[in-house]
Design a protein around this ligand. Structure first.
Ligand SMILES: [Fe+2]
Length: 185
């Protein structure tokens, strides 16, 4: 991943979502809640404009936190320990997980995300979502542990229209110690 993409994505896009989330949370009176609680309880926000602002900017904040943390340089280059066992149980192998999640990421029509998530029992699932939606705001009962951002802003400066090349390369950047930490969470 090139420096210009990361700089624009993190210091501009992510910063804007964060600022707009803070504003929306103040307006909706939920600024004292965790981001997970805000996203899980959007239905409690009666005002539609406030609810939409929280869903989009709260999702943008949460999703990008996960994304940028998981590509922290260093760490294990592939899943190990309990996480590896859970991946093997759910998908058969790490290669199969990569195949399924890559297909979801490439197949997401328009802007969105692909997800690896766990349920309360530690079982793993893959999914995709549009816009800044995520498994928490969608009410799936799952907690994301790894994600792929397939908004054009995540790859267009370097990869132009070649989303598949970006997704294939992203697997090389993942710090699996961070994902293991998210799994234990
Ligand atoms: Fe993004």
């Amino acid at each position: 991943m090139d420096a210009e993409t990361v700089e624009t994505h993190y210091a501009k896009h992510h910063a804007t979502y964060t600022a707009n989330l803070n504003k929306a949370a103040e307006e909706a009176g939920v600024a004292d809640q965790t981001i997970e609680d805000i996203l899980a309880n959007l239905d409690d926000v009666v005002d539609e404009a406030q609810r939409t602002a929280l869903k989009n900017n709260g999702g943008g904040f949460y999703n990008h936190n996960l994304f940028f943390e998981e590509i922290t340089p260093g760490g294990a280059k592939e899943p190990t320990g309990e996480l590896k066992a859970a991946i093997d149980e759910a998908f058969g192998s790490f290669e199969e997980l990569k195949k399924q999640m890559t297909a979801l990421a490439i197949g997401q029509f328009g802007s969105g995300w692909a997800w690896l998530s766990k349920d309360a029992a530690g079982k793993l699932y893959v999914s995709k979502s549009a816009n800044q939606d995520n498994p928490i705001s969608l009410g799936t009962g799952q907690t994301p542990i790894f994600t792929i951002d397939v908004w054009e802003h995540a790859y267009y400066l370097k990869y132009k229209n070649l989303r598949a090349s970006f997704v294939e390369n992203l697997w090389n950047l993942v710090n699996w110690d961070v994902v293991a930490k998210n799994y234990k969470g």
